[in-house]
Structure formats: structure tokens, C-alpha cells
Ligand binder design. Structure first.
Ligand code: AGP
Length: 605
């Protein structure tokens, strides 16, 4: 969602901030803005639409020449996306400019109070309320004014502040919205994530909730909200710049699809010791729990759907599932004997964070499967397994999802052994299969040169159904989401046996049905479903193991999946569907990396 960058140093703040905003575009936004401090005044420019619109205005404005400033990409929550509601927002007296991620829940009361004091407002945003409150609270000490202001607001915020009385200094504070400080040489940064400034420095300080950073070009001081200075560690980010750039690919999504073998390897390899999956580093006593509940949103939830099946099959632990946005309000049946597994690429999804809080309030233990180190979800959870996928920039997750599935496989096998459901020989056998998944994923990419041709044939469809059973169904859920989010084609995933209970009414002449047929024990069942839809005129694109001869007689076309053990095939099986979604979206000329209305990390409810 919204992105933030701040810079102070000796270089060209305008150029650095505009470049940072381009890097933050992937998060999803509808307007952008920049404010530069110079000669005890703050000047700003804002523009609706793409960052390029802002760049055109900003480079033509000499008042934006300076060495200290803040920038923002906004994803509208309060007020429509337009120039006025875009950030930064300035106080009426011109003394303060602020950029803000999050939502101020009590903004209406504060605004009413400030209106009574004679203040006026230009925008419909909660952020303008915050900057006006800051100005109202100011009497010469900016730190005190920020602390007073944040103590009066409820909700979530990551803020960056400029004040004309403190030239060359940028301030940052946060509650429940990420902010990272970048430590350079003679220059420093803050950002809503590392991609904002990764081309300048990889040394970062993670700002925690209720901390205020005072950032000068040559020093950074962090305070708690009592005003006490606190020492924080500098962490070195292992991602490199190339990981956050397209490196010759047309889109981040296709680059990230292609990166999957390496990402899966990075996830798996460190957890194999002496030929066996080893999660002992976690120190988690799995014997303490009588059930597991998996919660997450979107694709992370669908990775959990695969996780549920494999944990139940191998470890024989009861696993229930709930999407995080529902779990938080459904008074879930969880207690001290429940292990809640949360899954999140970004580690910042608001609904998932709320689900963690709900689970912890009921005494459950929370294990997080997360990609972003130091993220809010990682910090809130009792145990963390990182997916090591590297930065994922495309809004549609690909390597994020497959590395989450890889973690579930390893966790299921590890738990099965701890619970004595498998013996040493099986542990080694399963470990060996998992170890070779990166090669299988590579083969899935190699096998699917044909996907583009099939996308050329089918991209004009207006509605596409995905059907499958058991593990195949779990993959269909993600395959269908992938297609709809980037190509805007209506699609639905159905458990194949459910079709006849209603949805088959929608199957008619020329309707495309993607049938996942990789789980061989149920092959005959899915073939019957294929025959049912074909009898009603549907075209069938099957997803099948490469040695499956039968399927060529049943389907119109086949997407091939490399032969993989049926318990661990979902990770490989999704790859042709990712490619199919990508090429269909490309043929439809969609904005693949930044689909309309979507944000990479959904930090509001
Ligand atoms: C995936 O392609 C989606 N854009 C979305 O469903 C995403 O998986 C979901 O919002 C959860 O995000 P998270 O993994 O960062 O928590």
C-alpha cells in the first residue's frame, strides 16, 4: 500500500526521493507527492496517478532543489485519489510537512476540536488532521510536539516529518506500520521498506512501535516516547539491488517466476542436516499441541491450504483453516493447546496481524511463516520460519507462495517425525524428495515453453473455471486467484466434485475449464468431471504430469507438470498456472506488476 521515503544528506534530495518513489510503485498507489526543505521553507508538489506525472512536475520546479525531503505514494483510504488528498500534507502555517501510512481512527474528533480552534483543512484526509494537530501542539520543541501528537491519536501510523525550524533533519515515528531507517555515509534515509533506498545503502535500523527517530545527515538518534535515547542495532540486509530490479525482464512477475528454483533452494537447503529435515533451530515443542489452525490472506492462505493437507496426511495433526479477516471476528475455538500458523510474504498484512493478536489473547502459540525479516508479523509471533525468497516486487505473489509451500512441506515432515508418525527411513525419503524440488521447479519452467501458445489461444475468454480434487484443488485456488488478479478475467476454483451441485449450470459452449489432474490416485474421478464439462460444450485445458498419456485423449490441451511425488507436487504444479496467468494478462495488455485496485502489502483492514 502507501510508500514512504525520506532523505537527508548533501546530494540531490529531489532526484533521490523521486527515484525511491519509483521503486515503491510496486506497493500499489493512486497518487504521489514530494516535499523538500530549503532555506527554512518547505515546498511540495503532488500529482494524481503515476509517479511519472509527479516527476514531470517536480523536475520543472526549482523550489524543489535541496538536500532534505520526504516523499509518498498514496493508496486512498480517506478521500478520493486526487492532488489535494495526496501526501505530503502541510500544516496551515507552512511549518510542518508530513507523510503518513496507516489510518488515524479518531481523526473526526481531533478535526472537530481543531476546527473549533479556528484551523482550516484543505483535504479529506486523516493525515492533514495529524499535521495540523502537530502544529497545534508545537511550542518550539519538535520532538515533544511529535510525541504529544502521537499520544493523542489512535490507529496505526508510520510518519515522516519535516519542520522548517529544524533544517536538514527528518523525523520518523511508527505504530503498527513499518518504517526502516537506512544508514549511509554522510546521508541517511527512512522508508516504508528497504526497496525505497536499497540502491544507496543496505545498512538499516528497524524502527519499532512507539519509537521516534531524529535523522540528520551524519547521525541518527532514536528515542522512546518518554524522550529517552535508546540504542538500536544496525542490521545488514542480504538482498542485493539486482533482486529489486527487473534485470532485463519485461516484468517483475516473470522475473520472480523464473527465480523460483533458486528461491525454493534457499528456503530448503539450510533446513536439511545430515540428509534430514531439521527444524530444531525453532525450539518448538510440537508435542504440546493437539491441533493446528492456519490463518492468512489471499495467496498466503492458499499456501496454507496445501499446508493443511500435507500436515494432516503426514503428521496426523488436526488442522483447521480460517482467512485472517474472518478469524479476527469469529471468536475462534483456540486455546493454549493450539498452534496457530500464520503465513505472510510481506509480514505487514493488517488482517493477519489482527488474527495474531486474537490468537495470542486466547493463549495460543503463534508460528509465523514470513518472508520479510524484522516485519511486524515476525516480531509479534512466538516462532518464525523465514522463507528466504528475497524481495518480491510484483503485486501478484509467485516465489512468495512457492517458498511458503516449501516451508509447509518441511514442517509437515519434521512434525511427522517428532510425533512418531513416520520412521527414520521415511524421514530420509521425504527429505530427499523435498531436496530435489528446486530441480523439479526448474523443469516445470523448462517444460512450459508451450504455455505462451496456449495463452494466445485462450486469452480472450471472459470467464474461466479451475477444477481439481484434494491437492489439485488447493492449487486451483491459487491458480484462479493468479489469473483474476493480473488479467481481470473472472475465474473461480471449484472442488471438481462440487461442480454438479450447482456451478455446472454455468458450463456451456466454449467455456474454458482448467482441470488439474496431477494427483494420480484420483485421476479417474477428475477424468469423469472433464467428461461432464465437455458434454456441456466446455473446452478443457488439463494440467497433468508429463507421463500421463490418458489425459491427452480427454482434454483439448495439456499443460505439463514434471513428475513429482504426489504429496509434494503442488509446489511444482502451480508454476504452469503462474505462467499461464502471466501470458494471458500480457496478451490482454494488463499492467501485470501493478494490477488495478491492488496493493502489494495490505496494511489496512
Ligand atoms: C497475491 O498474489 C495477492 N496479491 C494477495 O492475495 C496476498 O497474497 C495477500 O494480500 C497476503 O499478503 P501477505 O502474504 O503479504 O500477507
Amino acid at each position: 500500500m502507501c510508500g514512504i521515503i525520506g532523505f537527508t544528506g548533501t546530494g540531490d534530495a529531489r532526484g533521490i526521493i523521486l527515484d525511491g518513489l519509483k521503486r515503491l510503485e510496486y506497493r500499489g498507489y493512486d497518487s504521489a507527492g514530494i516535499a523538500i526543505q530549503r532555506n527554512n521553507e518547505i515546498n511540495m508538489v503532488k500529482a494524481q496517478g503515476k509517479v511519472d506525472n509527479l516527476v514531470n512536475l517536480a523536475v520543472a520546479n526549482d523550489k524543489l532543489i535541496g538536500t532534505c525531503g520526504i516523499g509518498h505514494t498514496r493508496w486512498a483510504t480517506h478521500g478520493i485519489p486526487n492532488d489535494i488528498n495526496a501526501h505530503p500534507h502541510m500544516s496551515e502555517d507552512g511549518k510542518f510537512a508530513i507523510v503518513h501510512n496507516g489510518i488515524i481512527e479518531n481523526q473526526a474528533e481531533i478535526k472537530e476540536k481543531l476546527l473549533k480552534k479556528g484551523m482550516t483543512f484543505k483535504s479529506e484526509t486523516d493525515t492533514e488532521v495529524m499535521v495540523q494537530l502537530l502544529s497545534f501542539n508545537y511550542n518550539g520543541d519538535i520532538k515533544k510536539a511529535i510525541m504529544k501528537t502521537v499520544s493523542e491519536v489512535t490507529g496505526s501510523y508510520g510518519i515522516g516529518v519535516l519542520c522548517t525550524d529544524n533544517p536538514g533533519v527528518i523525523y520518523a515515528a511508527k505504530v503498527a506500520s513499518p518504517l526502516i531507517i537506512g544508514i549511509g555515509v554522510g546521508e541517511n534515509y527512512f522508508g516504508s521498506d528497504i526497496t525505497a533506498f536499497i540502491n544507496h545503502t543496505k545498512n538499516v535500523i528497524d524502527l519499532d512501535d512507539n519509537e521516534l527517530a531524529e535523522i540528520h545527515k551524519d547521525k541518527v538518534i532514536i528515542y522512546d516516547y518518554k524522550g529517552e535515547e535508546i540504542k538500536k542495532e544496525i542490521r545488514k540486509v542480504t538482498w542485493d539491488i539486482a533482486a529489486a530490479e527487473k534485470s532485463g525482464y519485461e516484468h517483475f512477475m516473470i522475473k520472480e517466476i523464473m527465480e523460483q528454483p533458486a528461491a525454493i533452494k534457499a528456503t530448503i537447503e539450510p533446513r536439511i542436516k545430515n540428509g534430514k529435515i531439521d527444524f530444531d533451530e525453532l525450539n518448538l515443542d510440537i508435542l504440546k499441541y493437539n491441533r493446528v489452525l492456519i490463518t492468512a490472506c489471499g495467496s498466503a492462505y492458499y499456501a496454507g491450504c496445501v499446508g493443511k493437507l500435507v500436515i494432516e496426511k503426514l503428521a496426523r495433526l488436526h488442522v483447521s483453516m480460517d482467512v485472517a479477516s474472518e478469524l479476527r471476528y469469529s471468536d475462534p475455538m483456540i486455546d493454549e493447546e493450539t498452534l496457530v500458523i500464520v503465513v505472510s510474504q510481506s509480514g505487514e498484512t493488517a488482517d493477519t496481524i489482527a488474527a495474531i493478536k486474537e490468537a495470542k489473547s486466547k493463549g495460543a502459540t503463534v508460528l509465523a511463516i514470513v518472508n520479510v525479516v524484522g516485519s511486524t508479523i515476525a516480531k509479534l509471533s512466538d516462532y518464525v520460519i523465514y522463507t528466504w525468497a528475497g524481495p518480491e516486487i510484483a503485486v501478484a505473489t509467485t516465489k512468495g507462495y512457492t517458498t511458503q509451500v516449501a516451508v509447509f512441506y518441511m514442517f509437515a515432515v519434521w512434525a511427522a517425525k517428532k510425533l512418531n508418525k513416520i520412521d527414520d527411513k521415511q524421514l530420509e525419503e521425504y527429505t530427499n524428495i523435498i531436496k530435489h524440488l528446486p530441480e523439479r521447479a526448474q523443469r516445470a519452467l523448462d517444460l512450459n515453453a508451450k504455455v505462451k501458445t496456449l495463452a494466445d489461444k485462450y486469452y480472450h475468454n471472459k470467464s474461466i473455471f479451475f477444477i481439481g480434487r484434494y491437492f489439485d484443488y488447493a492449487v486451483c485456488l491459487e491458480g484462479s486467484l493468479k489469473l483474476k488478479e493480473i488479467s481481470y478475467i473472472h475465474s473461480e476454483a471449484y472442488a471438481a466434485g462440487e461442480l454438479k451441485h450447482g456451478t455446472i449450470a454455468l458450463i456451456d459452449e466454449g467455456r474454458l475449464v482448467v482441470a488439474a489432474c496431477c494427483y494420480e490416485p484420483l485421476l479417474d474421478k477428475i477424468i469423469s468431471n472433464i467428461q461432464q464439462v465437455k458434454a456441456r460444450g466446455a473446452e478443457v485445458l488439463a494440467l497433468a504430469m508429463e507421463d500421463n498419456k490418458k489425459i491427452f485423449k480427454e482434454a483439448d490441451d495439456v499443460l505439463l507438470v514434471p513428475k513429482t511425488n504426489e504429496l509434494f507436487m503442488s509446489l511444482v504444479e502451480i508454476i504452469p498456472l503462474q505462467l499461464f496467468a502471466y501470458y494471458v494478462a500480457k496478451n490482454n495488455k494488463c499492467d501485470i506488476d501493478k494490477p488495478k485496485n491492488l496493493a502489494k502489502s495490505v496494511t489496512v483492514e
